[in-house]
Design a protein around this ligand. Structure first.
Ligand SMILES: [Zn+2]
Ligand SMILES: [Zn+2]
Length: 355
């Protein structure tokens, strides 16, 4: 016995996503079965479907921004009941024993956390399949509780784009009076602005295009600095406590470093790879400044984010699509043509499933 599920999968790095029937495991004692309502579309879905980062195992069912309702629970589940509104983010398991895991930092598990898709289950060694599907099975310890008062179709992006920006904001103690800058206004950037603003920070967006000004202000930015304008860049020297760099491709960060205050930090959240040009250390040393990186967030921290968003009525700005429109959505994402996250209405797949 196992649970039959319909999803959308890529069969190779050159084939478009298409309907794919597969099986989820039967519930273990600590598992919950979730009926997926909405699934966010992250840039990594596109990269993994196309094997841009290598290591993709096909067929691949992407999706790690999942919101749905619990429809069954294993016999040792204590945290969730049938009917609960829940979420699953980028990981579904970890070793649970190493130092990072013991400290709620499962994303940095020394054995590697188990990705929601394109991972391998620690127990049955079967591949993990993500949220572009009708149902998912997940250990309750990696399931999040979603506040019922939020507009739930706009919640999924909190589980990746949201937590990826929330975690550095919390780690570097951003709060009332902090000065935060965000580089790049996409899925991650728009969440960074909303969350930093809600934490009480003065928020600045660095951008290269003036047509983002209105949107940035609406999202909560206090200031916009045109990064190509030398005078505007001069005016913010020694200014920011934290810069969150969300740009997903290689870019020159040297102009931004001097805008950090003494002991300020620029943290990468969107780009994996080698920097070019190299970083000049002069302004690092002379201002005791740091360049850092940060990956998603732990389970406890993700719950904290969702609770915070519930209290402050924060969700992502989304564009709803049907599952069948995913390939077109990928193409639009490549052209940054989305404000600011696609979310799939999983009802569109359930209709197909019953035919
Ligand atoms: Zn993601
Ligand atoms: Zn671990």
């Amino acid at each position: 016995m196992s649970i039959k599920v319909l999803g959308f999968a890529a069969e190779s790095n050159t084939t478009p996503l298409a309907p794919y029937y597969f099986e989820r495991r039967d519930l273990r004692p600590d598992d919950v079965l979730i009926d997926i309502l909405y699934s966010g579309v992250c840039h990594s879905d596109l990269h993994q479907a196309r094997n841009d980062w290598h290591g993709s195992q096909y067929p691949i069912v992407p999706g790690h921004e999942i919101v749905g309702r619990v429809v069954a629970v294993g016999n040792q589940v204590t945290k969730f009941q049938v009917g609960a509104l829940v979420g699953v983010g980028c990981m579904v398991d970890s070793c649970r024993e190493c130092s990072p895991c013991q400290h709620g930092l499962e994303q940095y598990c020394e054995e590697g956390c188990i990705q929601t898709y394109n991972g391998t289950d620690r127990h049955d060694h079967r591949p993990t399949y993500g949220g572009y599907s009708t149902r998912i099975v997940c250990s309750e310890d990696f399931v999040l509780s979603v506040p019922e008062n939020l507009d739930i179709k706009a919640v999924p992006p909190l589980l990746c784009a949201g937590i990826t920006t929330w975690s550095p904001l919390r780690h570097w103690n951003v709060g009332q009076g902090s000065k935060v800058a965000v580089i790049g206004l996409g899925g991650l950037g728009h969440m960074a602005i909303k969350l930093a603003h809600a934490l009480g920070a003065e928020v600045t967006l660095f951008t290269r295009s003036l047509n983002k000004v209105e949107d940035a202000k609406r999202l909560g930015a206090d200031h916009i600095v045109l990064s190509t304008d030398i005078e505007q860049m001069q005016a913010v020297q020694n200014h920011f406590d934290l810069i969150i760099d969300t740009v997903p491709n290689v870019h020159d960060i040297n102009p931004y470093v001097p805008t950090l205050t003494l002991s300020g930090t620029l943290v990468f959240v969107g780009f994996l790879g080698e920097l070019a040009p190299m970083i000049n250390t002069v302004s690092l040393i002379l201002g005791r400044r740091s360049i850092a990186g940060s990956a998603i967030g732990g389970i406890q921290e993700t719950q904290e984010l969702l609770d915070f968003c519930g209290e402050h009525q924060i969700t992502a700005d989304i564009e709803m699509i049907q599952m069948q429109e995913i390939n077109e959505a990928f193409t639009r994402m490549e052209h940054s043509d989305v404000k600011y996250r696609f979310v799939i209405d999983m009802q569109s797949l359930k209709v197909t499933e019953t035919v």
